[in-house]
Design a protein around this ligand. Structure first.
Ligand SMILES: O=C(O)CCC(=O)C(=O)O
Ligand SMILES: [Fe+2]
Length: 218
């Protein structure tokens, strides 16, 4: 019994390296509201200001396309939102946001896929899934290791990011973010990061996601 407890408590390394309730980046003071230790899930407030949120929505509005899933880019009812990658947009605010997120996560921005803005209308959702690629996938040779979801809007009702295996729900609030990691040796820990975006009931949901890879992409 003692051994069992010792085993379950033994810690693996997290990527996120902050303790305490504040993170100071070059240009912003961010509040840590919630920390689930392992797998690491943190809820952060004041990551973006309203102007930055509005700008990211503005830049995406005319480029939205029906979201796809997996490395093979398939349209599926698992994910009914619309999205836009902002990789080829040259904008100061995008650069600033990517840099800020990278400094919170502690991984150089070259490991990140470009910001991906997603819009959910009432009834739209992203059913539970893992963000990392299956080992059999080509993309798994440089797999994702963590996810940073920025909430660009409030949602009147619904649209929470939920982690069914942790019994955790994060309700969207403009400027807030949820960050989680799945770069553990113990695959059981990675699997606990199963998550989804619940259907929006009333209003609209806008998020921007940044996924980080194990190795640099550029
Ligand atoms: O919509 C959400 O709250 C979650 C989004 C998500 O899981 C993703 O972009 O990978
Ligand atoms: Fe996801």
């Amino acid at each position: 019994m003692t051994t069992f407890i010792a085993d379950t408590l033994s810690k693996e390394q997290n990527l996120f390296n902050f303790t305490g309730n504040k993170i100071k980046t070059e240009d912003k003071k961010i509040d840590v509201l919630v920390k689930y230790e392992q797998p690491l899930v943190v809820v952060l407030d004041s990551v973006l200001d309203a102007e930055e949120c509005d700008r990211l929505i503005e830049l995406s509005k005319n480029r939205l396309e029906r979201s796809k899933i997996s490395a093979d880019k398939i349209v599926s009812d698992i994910r009914t939102s619309s999205g836009a990658f902002l990789t080829d947009v040259n904008d100061e605010i995008i650069k600033r946001v990517e840099k800020r997120v990278a400094s919170i996560v502690g991984i150089p921005v070259e490991h990140a896929e470009g910001l991906h803005v997603i819009n959910y209308k009432p009834g739209q959702e992203y059913k539970e899934h893992f963000d990392y690629f299956a080992e059999t996938s080509r993309a798994a040779s440089n797999n994702r290791i963590c996810t940073f979801v920025l909430y660009l809007s409030d949602v009147e009702d619904g649209g929470e990011t939920y982690f069914p295996k942790l019994g955790l729900k994060v309700f969207p609030k403009k400027g807030m973010a949820v960050y989680f990691e799945y770069f553990y040796n113990d695959q059981m820990l990675n699997e606990l990061t199963l998550h989804g975006g619940a259907p929006v009931v009333t209003g609209e949901k806008w998020i921007a996601t940044l996924w980080f890879r194990r190795k640099k992409l550029i």
